[in-house]
Ligand binder design. Structure first.
Ligand code: KG4
Ligand code: ZN
Length: 356
């Protein structure tokens, strides 16, 4: 096995400068961080190319990463006012994610690390979603509880140490939360990605109008796992029944009631996980963290229990390179040994593995 041989330099500032690569899904994200200071967060997305399919097409995403990679690196460097030679370390998402998409980022990051002779850190995408909050709200309280909800994941994690000790408490057994938003938006004819469109439509509707099911909330169900597939089907059936009866579909009420069912379950389980583990900080990340009702209900329920909620700003919640650089920077700060230069991309990387 070949070890990354690069050494840390001064980088022109006091703290090392870390360049982060994110390509696990449809965003080509390049971030630059110095310590916990965000210097650049350049993102190129292929979301429009997937819109007509109603979901991300892996092959299309991989090709888009290949085209966007070098221009996005240049854009990030320009924003930060840096040259490539100023970079002290490189971090890249090694998994989990779409295999072909990950390969593009990992191959690119290896190329830069080798050419610059700098250390390379192959990191876990979910851990990066947690670490990014340091760029906005300062050092993470340890332990904290993280609720990660996006188009690809829905997880509850206990985080004693974001660089080395992340414990999964539960995750979705079927669809991810964002996936449910996207599928229900399609049923309602709202477009893709569905989350922001449902969020907007729901503002005009009544969340208590229709009693949609709350998955896995029975006394014998796994307390921290999620299931959104039954909810999605229930919404589709409800809409179909209306259409068959020749009645208009109250889009705003359906959107609001669906959204309420999702955020009710997410917040209830997250708060319970905090209480059972004696944790008083809840971090919410992933694209669905941008949801206005999720943020409001989490704040309300957490305040009742003396729990503090941390949510990074929306651009740091969705997939980006800054989160990868943030985790890389923390690993560098703690003197953790870098990854070998033959590190693999692992589409099903477990959260218990923070660094390859
Ligand atoms: O983290 P992300 O950019 O990519 C991954 O899936 O990893 O998350 C995208 C997901 C999509 O499913 C999108 O519909 C959802 O996040 N989303 C939202 C909102 N904004 C984005 N879901 C609910 N409410 C929103 N405001
Ligand atoms: Zn993500």
């Amino acid at each position: 096995m070949t070890q990354g041989t690069g050494t840390l330099g001064s980088g022109g500032g006091d703290l090392p400068i870390v360049l982060g690569f994110e390509t696990s899904c449809d965003e080509t994200g390049i971030g630059i961080v110095r310590g916990t200071e965000l210097l650049a967060d350049a993102v190129a997305t292929s979301v429009d190319e997937h819109a007509r399919f109603g979901g991300v097409v892996p092959e299309v995403a991989s090709r888009a990463h290949l085209e966007a990679m070098v221009p996005t690196v240049h854009r990030a460097l320009e924003t930060a006012g840096l040259k490539l030679s100023d970079v002290d370390a490189i971090a890249v998402t090694a998994g989990p994610g779409l295999a072909g998409a990950l390969l593009v980022g990992v191959a690119a990051a290896k190329g830069y690390a080798l050419a610059l002779d700098k250390p390379l850190y192959g990191v876990n995408h979910l851990a990066a979603h947690v670490a990014v909050d340091q760029l906005e709200h300062g050092p993470l309280p340890e332990p904290c509880l993280a609720l990660l909800v996006s188009g690809g994941h829905s997880s509850l994690l206990l985080v004693p140490d974001v660089t080395s000790d992340i414990r999964p408490l539960g995750s979705t057994v079927d669809d991810a939360a964002g996936e449910a938003f996207d599928k229900v938006a399609r049923v309602l004819g709202l477009g893709f990605p569905g989350g922001p469109l449902i969020d907007r439509a729901a503002r005009e509707g009544d969340g208590a109008a229709i009693a949609f099911p709350r998955g896995l909330t029975g006394p014998n169900d796994a307390p921290f796992d999620f299931s959104f597939s039954g909810l999605k089907t229930a919404v589709a059936r409800w809409v179909e029944a209306r259409e068959r009866a020749g009645e208009p579909v109250p889009i705003a009420d359906v959107a609001a009631s669906f959204q309420e069912a999702v955020v009710d379950v997410l917040t209830r389980k997250a708060i319970r996980a905090c209480k059972e583990n004696g944790v008083d900080h809840l971090l919410i990340g992933g694209g669905v963290a941008a949801n206005s009702r999720l943020r409001a209900l989490a704040e309300e329920r957490a305040a009742d229990q003396g729990i503090r909620v941390r949510v990074p700003r929306p651009k740091l919640c969705t997939d980006n390179g800054a989160m990868v650089a943030a985790l890389g920077s923390e690993l560098v700060a703690r003197g953790v040994r870098p990854s070998p230069l033959d590190l693999p991309a692992d589409s099903s990387m477990l959260i218990t593995e923070v660094l390859v």
